[in-house]
Structures are given as structure tokens and as C-alpha cells.
Design a protein around this ligand. Sequence first.
Ligand SMILES: [Zn+2]
Length: 245
Amino acid sequence: MYTDALCHLEDPRAGDVARALDAAAAADVHALLWAEADPLRARPPPAPPAGLRVHIARGLHPGFIQGDGRAQLDAVVRALDAGARAVGEIGLDAREGLAPLSVQLHCVAAQLDEAGARDLPVVLHVVRAHEQMLALLHDRAPVRGLVHGFRKSEALARRYLDAGLAVSFGLPLAHPGADRLRQVAAALPKNRVLTETDTPEPHAGHASSPAQVRAVTDALAAARGTPVDETAAAVAAAFDAVLGV
Ligand SMILES: [Zn+2]
């Protein structure tokens, strides 16, 4: 019963979505979060195969903001009105070439408030802007949700936990050289740690897929020194708690 707490199967690079969902179910993935990045490019998921729960997150990712983002934020509100399990993927990304941080801050703050008003969890993407994000969260704490693709220190992870969030680890956790990251994951409370693939983000030269979350779970189990099935069950429970299901 593996859990992919973040994937972007609506991304055109993800390829044949029905096949990816079938492969996930065959790999014993029992739940995944289908997170949209741009409400203007969103496409609905196909009916999932038996045994696989697909939860939908809707939001505007910082890497997809056009102009001041207002038209997309309006579309996010309409999408949330139509139904969603979470608000995301949203966040801050200070790398070059993306929307100015002032625009990103406006967009993420608006969506954090939208999530709060609707009592929905958030799915956060944060790159080189952790202090700014933690300041936004501090003003709104506790905030239910997750920080995805975590690759930083235990101290930073615990600041997100203190704000109310869970921390999600992706395929880098399974890298041979990722001992330090595995130590971080193993040190955090089991009820606040999630696994993800961030599909279709390339990994080892290939587009990833939700079925690969088994490798992340295996790495987490090895780091904790706990059986894989026990590890997967703990992640599943933490995921359900984040989503409120
Ligand atoms: Zn992301």
C-alpha cells in the first residue's frame, strides 16, 4: 500500500496517464495526489483502476505564473469551487527566469488564504525562498498540508513541522549518495513524513512515474530500520491525516 503524495500526471510529459495509473495500481500504490500546476492547462484524470485512490489538488505553481497571475488565480478559485481535496501545487521559487518574487508572494498568499477559508490542505513547492515561505506560514499557523520534494536540513524540516505541515521526500531519497537526506527523513516523526515521485520530473535520465514511489518507501524503511510494510502504512496514515480523509 504505497502512497505517492505528489505527482503531475496532468503534465503532457507524463505520457499515457491511464497506463501510468494501471502501473501504479499493479505496483501496489493505493493512493496518489494528482496535483495541478496551472489551472489553464489542467485536464481531468481518467477513472482510476480498482484499488487506487486519486485525490486532486488544484492551484497555480510559481513556475507557471503568467503576468500578474490574476487570470490564473480566478481560474483556481473556479476550479476549487468545482471540487478539490487540496490547494496546490503552490509556492515560491527564487530561481532565475520565473515570475518576480513579489508576484509569486501575492499568488501564494492568495492561495494560502483560499485554502484556509475552505479548510483545505496545501501542497507547497519552495526553492531558495524558505524564509519568505515560513513567514507566510507563521502568519497563518497551523497550516495543514505538505512541503514537497524536501532535500534540506532536519532543522529546516522541523520549522515546517512546527507550522503544521508534513514533509514529503521524493526519488532523491533513494540515491546511493543521499545518506544525509535519509538521516533527515529517519529523524522526523513518522506521522509527518510522506513519499512522492513528483512525476514526471526526470530521475536518473528518465521521466518518473507513480509506481516508482516504492523505491522511495524502501529507502525510508532502510533509513528507519523498520519493515517496508510498516513504513508504507505509516506514510499512508500520515497522508490521510494531511488530506483529512
Ligand atoms: Zn515542485
